[in-house]
Design a protein around this ligand. Structure first.
Ligand code: GUN
Length: 298
């Protein structure tokens, strides 16, 4: 049996980040300021703290300004919305990211709705979701946009291909489906109530898995030669006692002989998310400065 190719998301993300850094340098020369990204973390969730730190580091490495804001776990919704409103009117801030999930006393939807749509570099605001669904310019969520960039890099024109997205979240599944539809794919969205998932997946030329269930998609469900993007990040017990490891939503080893190409976990989609966040922030800065966004390959 042949073996599929493993898509190196880390290398691809490094290329995107290098292009962003070039774009930042050109922007700074024209606008006489750096693009700025504000990241807000509420509470002490260790995984979120790690993400926020790595976002700050990547932002500075790209030549942008990073503004970190931390609120205590018991902060009220009003406190957080007041901070967002200050950032909305701060001329040094082009992008605002409120790290999710938020503590339970805070309604995520109310906070997302408070972010100025032109600074919503996560693309979660209903105005940006509506723009994506209507085929208008706006901010697109980072993870699905990163997935689309990897697919187009591999496959070129996606027009007419059968794509199955497994998962229907606002952060990944729904925007991913919209993006693939925008590329003229025939798109199916599968989810926990889908009947005969193996048959649905078996039709697909493109499979994007974003369900959050470790290794649930089996290799022998996959049509030979399909391209698989695995968005899942699931922590499972490792063979070594007391240790854990990360796996995707796809049974990677089982899938590899069937696919044309597949993203690994870790090292596939994950690194692309931050790269696209930087790209979206650079786009926001250009809009705020009234400059056209013309960065090669972005
Ligand atoms: N938490 C996990 N992923 C994300 C993301 O892409 N954006 C935000 N704001 N929070 C997250």
């Amino acid at each position: 049996m042949t073996t599929g190719e493993i898509i190196d998301g880390k290398a691809f993300a490094a290329e995107v980040r290098a292009r962003v850094a070039e774009g930042v340098a050109a922007f700074r020369a024209k606008a006489a300021r750096a693009p700025g990204l504000a990241v807000v973390l509420v509470g002490e969730d260790p995984a979120s703290a790690v993400y926020v730190r790595s976002k700050g580091k990547a932002t500075r490495e790209a030549g942008m300004e990073s503004f970190a804001h931390r609120l205590p776990a018991e902060a009220s919704q009003d406190d957080l919305i007041a901070l967002v409103e200050r950032l909305n009117t701060d001329g040094a801030v082009d992008g605002i990211l409120v790290q999710l999930p938020l503590p339970k006393q805070i309604d995520e939807r109310a906070v997302i709705a408070a972010i100025a749509p032109d600074k919503d570099v996560d693309g979660f605001h209903p105005e940006n979701a509506g723009r994506l669904a209507s085929g208008l310019d706006g901010f697109v969520p980072c993870t699905p946009l990163g997935c689309l960039m990897m697919l187009k890099d591999r496959l070129g024109d996606l027009s007419g291909l059968d794509a199955v997205v497994i998962g229907r979240s606002n952060i990944v599944g729904k925007p991913m489906a919209q993006l693939l539809l925008g590329e003229s794919c025939t798109v199916t969205i599968a989810h926990s109530r889908t009947r005969n998932l193996p048959a649905v997946i078996g039709r697909a030329d493109i499979i994007v898995a974003a369900v959050g269930r470790p290794q649930m998609i089996k290799g022998d469900w996959i049509k030979p030669g399909a391209t698989v993007i695995d968005v899942g990040i699931n922590r499972v017990p490792a063979e070594e006692e007391g240790k854990t490891r990360l796996v995707g939503d796809v049974d990677f080893a089982g899938a590899l002989p069937h696919v044309a190409a597949i993203t690994p976990v870790p090292g596939g989609v994950g690194p692309m998310t931050i790269a696209v966040l930087l790209r979206n922030t650079l786009v926001a800065a250009h809009r705020h400065a009234g400059l056209p966004f013309e960065v090669e390959g972005l």
